[in-house]
Design a protein around this ligand. Structure first.
Ligand SMILES: Cc1cc2nc3c(=O)[nH]c(=O)nc-3n(C[C@H](O)[C@H](O)[C@H](O)COP(=O)(O)OP(=O)(O)OC[C@H]3O[C@@H](n4cnc5c(N)ncnc54)[C@H](O)[C@@H]3O)c2cc1C
Length: 480
């Protein structure tokens, strides 16, 4: 996000140092790896509290790890791998920090099986707006029957925090302001609050034994074929989790034909994959295979044939890390190619041109309708675009490929139209990237919950941060 400026940057090494910075009374913005796509980690004159020196990692038991907010997920996975353990809710960008992913309730490709970050957080150490340090375990503080929390500060002050009354859409991932549900746990209010209610100093996370995985790239002649294959694989996966079949699929990524067309030839040759035919889309599925199992790939073959897929898939077998890395790099070549086109238009046409993209989710049975909506919204405005994302969750990222500032404006208008459409389908326009300081995303949050919902979030914010000192302007302005 352009235009950031800061009053200063601090690099605290412990909870006490974070607490002193917050207690000093200045407006602060906590940051992690600054991979936010919403401007949430872009300062606007705040004092930046960088978490990058909060890097302790300790296994607290065979299935729990306590990690500092500044631990990059890639390093967390390396530390866990030494114990044959794994942390599942990894976003596509694994350089993101533990604190940033808790703050945004990040989710990745495998949410269909594992859920978003929220499901894996057992405890948090949080610095509150008055500078006090809260150690909060899941189950410690539950909302009362009249839907409020009572939080007792170290000073003896008791603060009443109201639980918002809006109904969250029923989708596998959501990063759209404060979590709200009758009888909820206080820890869930902090997860996904994007730094507006407290600064996460460390998190205790659940981990699992490292799964043995293979990656499979399948090409499909149409969107409908890609959806049919994904639906069939989801059914197979659900059966395997009930112990009724071998095909345990944990993620299915989708790249549409327009996105594939933007990927340079070298990316295909590096991955050892032939460029799919013009109108074809690609699916990248992650399959978990227990050791000494021959049935899984046979069943996969049968399911693909039943779905009318004639071309052989590309497979990175379990343990073939090099082939898996190459297929992942091909997937990552998609956003890189679009980002390069945005950067080139910015450099050569108009410096105000920006990435203009949706982060939309629908219930899986509305996927075909949602893709049709995204295409219609862009095409009716004469825009060039590409679509990719986490198909197994119903979460896609329609991106404008802008040629002018006018394209950016029309693209934003298209995304507002898509947002209204997915909300009507029972979905949400804010699936995993959060809201941040983006004016467009703040409008989408208002589309989702209305003025009243935003006012209820403001009431939560006021109860925990009455002087609006933590991440001001993130999620919503103090007043519209
Ligand atoms: C190439 C790419 C791919 C991506 N793919 C995904 C994806 O698949 N899924 C997904 O969910 N996201 C994705 N993202 C977005 C981004 O990686 C996530 O939002 C991530 O969780 C941000 O982590 P971070 O450490 O970079 O946080 P930052 O960007 O530094 O901060 C994000 C927000 O969290 C707040 N924050 C940061 N640290 C703390 C803390 N310790 N306490 C309180 N608040 C804090 C910040 O103030 C800010 O509002 C992607 C981004 C990129 C660039």
């Amino acid at each position: 996000m352009p235009g950031g400026f800061a009053a200063g940057v601090a690099f605290p090494k412990a909870a006490g140092e974070v607490a002193s910075l917050v207690a000093s009374g200045r407006r602060v913005l906590p940051i992690g790896a600054q991979s936010s796509l919403t401007g949430g980690a872009t300062p606007r004159g705040d004092l930046i509290v960088s978490t990058r020196a909060l890097t302790a990692v300790a296994l607290v038991s065979g299935d729990r790890v306590r990690a500092g907010a500044g631990v990059p997920l890639v390093e967390l996975q390396q530390a866990l791998a030494a114990h044959r353990l794994y942390y599942p809710p990894i976003p596509t960008f694994d350089g993101a920090f533990v604190g940033g992913t808790v703050a945004t309730n990040a989710a990745g490709a495998a949410t269909f099986k594992y859920g978003s970050t929220r499901r894996w957080v057992e405890a948090l150490t949080i610095v509150l707006a008055d500078g006090s340090v809260l150690e909060l375990r899941r189950g410690d503080v539950i909302a009362s029957a009249d839907d409020a929390f009572e939080l007792e500060y170290a000073s003896g002050n008791i603060v009443r925090i109201p639980v918002p009354t809006y109904k969250m859409p029923d989708v596998p991932k959501l990063s759209a302001g404060y979590f709200a549900r009758p009888g909820m746990d206080l820890i869930d209010l902090f997860i996904g609050s994007e730094g507006t209610l407290g600064i996460v100093v460390d998190a205790t996370l659940r981990v699992i034994p490292m799964p043995r995985r293979c990656l499979v790239l399948v090409t499909c002649e149409s969107d409908q074929r890609a959806i049919d294959v994904t639906a069939a694989l989801r059914r197979e996966a659900a059966a395997s989790w009930r112990g009724e079949g071998p095909l345990d699929v944990s993620a299915i990524e989708y790249i549409d034909s327009r996105a594939l067309a933007k990927v340079p030839d070298e990316a295909f040759s590096r991955a050892n994959v032939a460029r799919p035919r013009d109108t074809f889309a690609a699916l990248l599925a992650q399959v978990e295979i227990p050791a000494a199992d021959d049935d899984t790939l046979q069943r996969l073959d049968a399911v693909l044939s039943e779905c009318g897929i004639d071309d052989d898939p590309y497979i990175a077998a379990p343990g073939d890390d090099r082939a898996a890395r190459r297929l992942r790099e091909l997937r990552e070549a998609v956003p890189s190619a679009i980002n390069a086109l945005v950067a080139s238009a910015k450099a050569s046409v108009d410096p105000d041109i920006q990435k203009t993209a949706g982060d939309l989710i629908v219930p899986f049975d509305r996927l075909a309708d949602s893709i049709a909506l995204y295409r219609r919204s862009f095409e009716s405005r004469g825009l060039d675009y590409a679509i990719w994302g986490h198909l197994s969750d119903g979460n896609l990222h329609p991106n404008v490929v802008p040629r002018s500032m006018d394209d950016v404006e029309r693209g934003r208008d298209a995304i507002r139209e898509m947002a209204r459409g997915v909300i009507a389908m029972g979905g949400a326009p804010l699936a995993e990237h959060g809201v941040g300081r983006s004016a467009l995303k703040q409008q989408l949050l208002k589309e989702l919950y209305g003025e009243r919902g935003i006012e209820e979030m403001r009431a939560v914010k006021r109860s925990l941060d009455p002087t609006w000192k933590l991440s001001p302007g993130v999620l919503f302005p103090e007043a519209w």
